[in-house]
Design a protein around this ligand. Sequence first.
Ligand code: PMP
Length: 325
Amino acid sequence: EANLPDVERDALAASRNFYDDMPLVNYTTQYGLGCFEGLKALPQKDGSIAIFRPDQNARRFKRSMEGLLMPGFPEEAFVKAVVEVVRRNAALGFRPYYKAEWEKDSFMTADSVYIRPFTYAEGGIGVAPSKAPYVMVITTPVSAYFSSARSEAVTTDRIRATPRGTGWIKAASNYVISTLAKHEANQAGFMECVFLDAREQKYLEEGSSCNIFVRLKSGELVTPELGDTILPGITRASIIELARDRGVKVSERKLSVEEVFDTGAECFVTGTAAGVTPIESLTHRGNKVVFNGGKVGELSAYLRDTLKGIQYGKLPDTKGWMVRV
Ligand code: PMP
């Protein structure tokens, strides 16, 4: 053990502590009391690695934990932990590599490392808050999230989040319905499902793992307003900023399926995994609206390429979004 490199000795010690303290009742698998984050480390054009807005994931993670009655993990420690995991993996050769290809075909061909911090909470046998959650971080190398050539979306009549529930939290339990609905959409030949509001099944909410934007024929870019049923996406917030910088009128408000069918000109979904993925069409109860003749719209392409440019160090990071590893 004395001869092991530092990283391996640390890992061994950590896993020993973990198994020694393994809780008898695991609140995460028994009661669904767990939350997580997803963020990305991206290879930069100059050979280094940078993480996109980890401070924002740190903030959401803390809020998610507190929303599930756990003590919030300190934000600074979160950022330090994810940077350290990526750095140590990179030192061992497990790192993303910058690929020139993505510049040719900008539709998500770049490699990156997906960082997944999550809680694992222990507690007693009854239903009560967990006071002793573990926080762990795993990383996975990834490339394109949405791989189907045709990016068609379909509304689902399943309800992901109910008012006054946990929809605004990145809670593990929310992903049960997301998984079922997305699977059904995929089985029916669609790339992604779109959830509607629980009360009226009339207004757009979000996808199974992404937020949604629609550009109307008037030029206005609309995304459903945040409430207690929509996850406040970090990509969503970034895209709102980039669109406003370009002089686009952006509204966060209720957006009905009817309005999208009547006046939708472009549509795209956003997320850490999805980046900005343009949506070709939306199907609702057998009716289909095709956006921009099935071609990627001008604003969608601009936002997709601008976000990607910043993330891969191809465009200047004027907002200080990238944290070097
Ligand atoms: N909504 C849901 C339900 C999600 O799982 C995600 C992915 N975290 C998003 C939206 C997008 O959030 P972000 O841009 O922070 O990845």
